[in-house]
Design a binder for this molecule. Sequence first.
Ligand SMILES: Cc1cc2nc3c(=O)[nH]c(=O)nc-3n(C[C@H](O)[C@H](O)[C@H](O)COP(=O)(O)O)c2cc1C
Length: 170
Amino acid sequence: MRVLVTAASRHGATTEIADAIGRTLRESLPAVDVRDPEAVTALDGYGAVVLGSAVYMGRWLEPARQLAERRRADLLLVPVWLFSSGPVGDPPLPAEEPPEVADLVREVEAREHRVFAGRLERRRLGLTERLMVSALRAPDGDFRDWPQIEEWARAIGTDLASRHPTRAGH
Ligand SMILES: Cc1cc2nc3c(=O)[nH]c(=O)nc-3n(C[C@H](O)[C@H](O)[C@H](O)COP(=O)(O)O)c2cc1C
């Protein structure tokens, strides 16, 4: 079974989370692809999907939203896990999950939706974004919790591997 990990990112932090999920899944599953949502034209051949996005102004980024919309019928046929990455600070804020994602969980019958803390570095941002984060009083820093991300991915890997045990040794 092939697994697709795909996540929308504006400044790279969420792509790195998708990469970490992919690396961890490969510990228990042989075929894991990590791809940008724009590069995903069809879900043919994928037996499970992990779909994520960075959150900006309370919303997922367009490429992830579009992929979910475009491929909704296909997503309904396979187990899907969703993640969002955005909250920053200690404790990470905002604490609420993006409202649209609650809808998406229902629409694609996702197994789970997890919110992971993100990374905010003003030096990476354009002027408009800098003004926005200053208005929101959002703190700079990399708040990504790698052990938490890897633990989640490991649980997904265990779940999928138990559904499709490899034939090795039999
Ligand atoms: C202009 C701006 C708006 C943001 N709005 C939100 C938000 O509404 N909710 C949230 O959780 N994070 C918000 N964030 C934080 C980002 O989601 C976080 O920095 C994320 O890790 C960025 O991921 P990326 O590097 O993959 O784009 C915002 C960041 C910026 C720069």
